[in-house]
Design a protein around this ligand. Structure first.
Ligand code: AMP
Ligand code: ZN
Ligand code: FE
Ligand code: FE
Length: 291
């Protein structure tokens, strides 16, 4: 089995297209293991981990917080969390409720702009509690209001930050996401730092308990990888990586970025809760059981 772990993936529990089980089955065909990291949601983790256990395929429980860092939006991944931790669960419930309100506002704006999108069509794209702009975009396409080949352009022109149908989320603070991840026994990791990550930001987040840096990411240039590898070494951060796979046929493919087991082991050992150790002992059993 190739020593490749994809540590950044999305399912239908947020804005991915595959169910957690479908995603894990795909991972099992081409990876040594994977993490499931839905946006602001842990709703897919039970199904993903059950599928992994059935297949004898290592699945790491995770999530990706959308957070505020000053005027910027940054994403904080959390690995080996106890996803039933009450404070974490309560926070995510609030965030997802806020996303629903915001989506209604976005749909109202689109109607005002001449796109008579029905809320039912949006709901059909986002049947669970989580909702984001990709669901709204898919509903516009499904309704025939925007053509598939114009959809990227439409996102840029209408739904992107500062465009006429955009509304911000009610995000949690980056420090709060780090604190909650640690409280839930997990390891907080800065996602895709190539978009925003300055050295001073890293120093500050490390002071809050950041434990890893997503060095390997499809949109990182070779120079980014070199730079952020150095930053990870300087701040004693675990080097992580993943594809940000969403199940879109024309999007980034699963496994497009990955890390070896040594990174996964370092994360598991850094996790203060039981999920890291449970993962490592599960691997040991799989190896000894011939699974
Ligand atoms: P939201 O959760 O509503 O803030 O939407 C963020 C998601 O929108 C990201 O995770 C991306 O998957 C998607 N996204 C961001 N930019 C674009 C774009 N230009 N076209 C299509 N989807 C995008
Ligand atoms: Zn997404
Ligand atoms: Fe992200
Ligand atoms: Fe992501």
């Amino acid at each position: 089995m190739r020593d490749a772990y994809d540590l950044h993936t999305h399912t239908k529990a947020s804005d991915g297209l595959l169910s957690p089980r479908e995603l894990v089955m795909l991972g099992n065909r081409r990876l040594a293991g994977m993490a499931v990291t839905d946006h602001d949601s842990t709703a897919g983790l039970d199904e993903a981990m059950a599928a992994g256990a059935e297949l004898g395929f290592p699945v790491i429980p995770g999530l990706e917080f959308t957070t505020d860092y000053g005027a910027h939006e940054i994403h904080i991944l959390g690995y080996f969390i106890d996803h039933r931790h009450p404070e974490l669960a309560a926070c995510l419930e609030r965030v997802v409720a806020g996303r629903l309100e915001r989506a209604r506002g976005i749909v109202d704006r689109l109607r005002g702009l001449g796109y008579p999108l029905s809320w039912e069509m949006v709901r059909a794209q986002a049947p669970g509690p989580y909702i984001g702009r990709p669901h709204v975009l898919r509903a516009l396409v499904a309704s025939g209001l925007v053509s598939k080949h114009e959809s990227d352009r439409f996102f840029q022109d209408y739904l992107a930050v500062g465009r006429p149908a955009f509304l911000p989320h009610q995000e949690i603070d980056a420090k709060e996401a780090i604190r909650l991840t640690l409280a839930a026994g997990g390891v907080p990791v800065l996602a895709h730092p190539g978009r925003v990550g300055s050295e001073s930001m890293l120093a500050e987040l490390v002071g809050e308990g950041l434990g890893g840096l997503e060095v390997y990411y499809p949109r990182h240039e070779p120079g980014d990888v070199v730079h952020f590898s150095r930053m990870a070494a300087r701040f004693n951060l675990v080097v992580t990586g993943g594809s940000d796979y969403h199940g879109e046929p024309d999007g980034v493919d699963l496994g497009r970025a990955s890390v070896p087991f040594s990174s996964v082991e370092a994360l598991a050992l850094r996790a203060a809760g039981g999920a890291g150790r449970a993962f490592l002992s599960g691997l040991h059993k799989m190896a000894n059981g011939g699974g």
